[in-house]
Ligand binder design. Sequence first.
Ligand code: NAD
Length: 475
Amino acid sequence: MSTTTTTTTTTHADAVRHDVINPATEQVVTTIDLVGVEETDAAVARAVEVGPAWRAVSPADRAMLLRRFADAVEAATDDLAALEVTNSGHTIGNARWEVGNVVNVLRYYSAAPERLFGRQIPVAGGLDVTFKEPLGVVSVIVPWNFPMPISGWGLAPALAAGNTVVLKPAELTPLTAIRLGELALDAGIPDGVFTVLPGKGSVVGERFVTHPDVRKVCFTGSTPVGQGIMRKAADQLKRVTLELGGKSANIVFADADLDAAAASAPMSFLDNAGQDCCARTRILVQRSVFDAFMERFEQAMSQVVVGDPGDEATHMGPLISAGQRETVRGFVEGAADAGDAPVDVAFRGAAPEGAGWWYPPTVVLPRSTQDRVWREEVFGPVVSVMAFDDEADAIAKANDTAYGLSGSIWTGDVGRAIRVARGVEAGNLSVNSHSSVRYSTPFGGFKASGIGRELGPDALDAFTEVKNVFINTEA
Ligand code: NAD
């Protein structure tokens, strides 16, 4: 099934017309049909049907097809990046990086079909070997904040391991995923092996979870939706990978290079307008350098350019939707329904006025670790700053959260860096930098930030079952 066909000729009763909006202008970019349960079932049936043939493609040929897919995506860099700027408000620089990430992930996992090694285990009376078998049909459910990379992290290792894939982009941001589906077909990935189904979470996403032929749900999104998926998946003992929310700490010790720590702090929470599960939204600064850090941080914040995401000079674009902006505003100004008061704003940047869902970069000083802005994921350009006393206090405050996705540690003492990195309960830590995601290293969360790991050498284990075979040599 071509994604173009899927999205333009739906005729079933449950199809819904859906306006895709540019968050920087509030203009309608295009209108698509969201698919319903019937089309989802048809795509899953097709994925089941073509599964044996895809599994039978020789490892070298499957690798070649993935490399061709990567080449097609790379050749479409400008188109895909422009689509993401328009659909998601991502800055053009980020959007190009995101296309490059899909290319890199496809190329990295194109090496996998020929290296999907099993083991030979010494046993009495015969030969014992293991195989890594594909699961069958794998579903990938993508959030709106990083439509392209998160699609790639699921689809590339899943296809490499011999699975067929159905993928649902978020309602707000379907356009680049639809294009990736078309590029896969252009590159020679057989029809039905990878199908993009733009639709609602409550319709298509739910159906992925309840459909008996879907063997795995690879979900990235909010923690409550992930919890619901895991509960329902239990009915069929369906495999899940969950990449969920975050509330990551950026810990700055007194012995750190304060200039570097302060200069890098703004984009550690403002990248993608703060709509980043790895955003360092809690800055912990050792008390003795708190004022010195804040002075430098304010200076760095004044350099951040918020505006037209298509402009090469822009650092931060708009939020994804009016609703998201209201949620973010509620954390700062107080939300009546959450019963909280406004928080103290230390300083904030500027944002455009008029059309577009803009919100200024904002630095707040929570009064206690119980404040909602300190505890909950804001998913917007808001950071909380708090002082700590010593290493033990820093680790305790960093871990005083339900989440455990990322974090940064700024210090000149390598021993402390390692001690603190080992002490913080998070899946991805970075010393004297804010890196979280590399396609060649594992990514995922502790605690309420998720279950399982994506990317890196081990992701294939999440898309395969181990089969043990004993061959009697004594017969
Ligand atoms: P969301 O949970 O609302 O939606 C995510 C996806 O799930 C969407 O495609 C949505 O349509 C679908 N969905 C919604 N209800 C569903 C249901 N009942 N069954 C199946 N699918 C359903 O999240 P969002 O608002 O799109 O994304 C923001 C969240 O994603 C944040 O919490 C963020 O931290 C998280 N996130 C995590 C990572 C990570 O890797 N850990 C990466 C990016 C975003």
